[in-house]
Design a protein around this ligand. Structure first.
Ligand code: ZN
Length: 405
């Protein structure tokens, strides 16, 4: 009992670190800042964002509110610049990081959390089509991704997931639901994967966010143009009256313990090489009640409203029976040998074999292979009401819900 309490308090200290470390804004007049905090209880595995054909929750954003999200990092060059920009503009974002990248650049992954941002998972190695993989392999990608992030940062990972290429499926959402992980697609696509000009990226991003009057915005923190355009985009958002909402989880993800321990070995070597002192404190506690107290305290301290949302679970009607991977060490099936490779292969893209289902993240951004005309058509739809991505009613075997719009 006492050990449990100590573990909980210790866990709280780790989980609460980014909150406590939030600095006061140096440019309160000109910076976009953070309007409010939305805490998502991921227990029921909710799905947010319009770019999906699956049942989703209604948006938690009000008119002219945005959530900033960055995928595919961390990368030392781009992510660090983005973190500096976000800090100058006193605002917060959510990063959906690739496990392999985080293990390769653990100091950058840690920096994301240390600066008070939210860090969620985006698979281990960014295969483009999780729904087309065998379920066990797809689940492994999800679990290894979270374990790698856990190891890279020594805790504090949100149970938030984004599908690669935004390619989701009912069975995989069912798996995530059973794992207590929330999934986020996108409302506003910046197309920073295709636009190299920061000016053009700024113009197009602001145009699209204007069309939708806000939403969950997608960027990539592996794209130099994104880092270059971000100051102008944040200034533009501020000038047009948009507000940033900071998304947070009510408690951290429960990563697979044995996988995490294996990745921790790689991370330690990485950090030792970069002369950083590793923090060897993976966390697996349950702290929801204590966390609520912390959230209330934060609201008082920074004057921010903290709204908590806890959507009800859904019957996703997955045809295959979903076996949820245990987070206990003795049921891990992944051989350790493979875990020793990621760091090297990640930093040497050309040495990779082709044809595998683990292409490098910077090669497979969503929609890259679509013809330009098709992309433009999609983009137009994203801004309107008739997007082909939007929900078209339940499929056979899936439960309809009044929450779906
Ligand atoms: Zn991605």
């Amino acid at each position: 009992m006492r050990i449990g309490l100590i573990a909980s308090l210790f866990g709280l200290a780790l989980w609460a670190t980014p909150l406590a470390a939030a600095p006061t804004c140096a440019n309160p007049g000109s910076a976009i800042g953070v309007e409010r905090v939305v805490e998502v209880d991921a227990k029921s595995g909710p799905l947010f964002g319009v770019l999906t054909k699956q049942q989703r929750e209604p948006t938690f954003l009000r008119d002219k509110e945005v959530v900033l999200t960055f995928d595919d990092g961390p990368s030392p060059w781009v992510t660090t610049s983005i973190l500096d920009t976000l800090e100058r503009h006193c605002t917060k974002a959510t990063f959906f990081a690739v496990g392999k990248m985080a293990v390769s650049y653990p100091d950058v992954a840690r920096d994301i959390i240390a600066r008070g941002h939210t860090l969620g998972g985006h698979t281990w190695s960014h295969p483009r089509q999780l729904p087309k993989m065998k379920p066990a392999k797809a689940h492994d990608q999800i679990e290894r991704g979270f374990a790698a992030l856990e190891a890279a940062t020594a805790g504090g990972i949100a149970p938030f997931f984004r599908f690669t290429g935004l390619n989701d499926s009912a069975p995989l959402l069912d798996y995530l639901q059973k794992r207590g992980i929330a999934t986020f697609t996108v409302d506003v696509v910046s197309d920073d994967s295709f636009i190299a000009s920061p000016d053009e990226l700024t113009r197009l991003t602001l145009q699209r966010v204007r069309q939708r009057s806000g939403g969950i915005m997608l960027f990539h923190d592996i794209k130099p143009a994104t880092a270059k355009a971000l100051p102008a985009i944040l200034k533009g958002l501020k000038a047009e009256g948009f507000k940033v909402v900071h998304m947070r989880a009510t408690k951290p993800v429960q990563a697979d313990a044995e996988m995490t321990a294996r990745y921790l070995e790689i991370v330690q070597k990485k950090l030792a090489k970069s002369h950083k002192v590793p923090r060897l404190m993976p966390f697996y506690g349950a702290i929801s009640e204590l966390r609520e107290t912390e959230a209330a305290a934060l609201a008082g301290e920074n004057g921010l409203t903290v709204s908590r949302i806890a959507p009800a679970p859904r019957d996703r009607g997955a045809k295959r029976s979903v076996t949820v991977r245990s987070v206990k060490p003795n049921r891990v099936t992944q051989p350790p040998a493979k875990a020793n490779r990621p760091a090297k292969s990640s930093s040497k893209p050309k040495s990779r074999k082709s044809g595998g289902d683990e292409p490098l993240p910077w090669k497979i951004d969503p929609g890259r292979n679509k013809p330009a005309a098709a992309r433009r058509a999609n983009d137009t739809n994203n801004g309107g009401q008739s997007s082909s991505w939007q929900y078209h009613g339940p499929r056979a075997g899936r439960t309809n819900s009044p929450l779906v719009r």
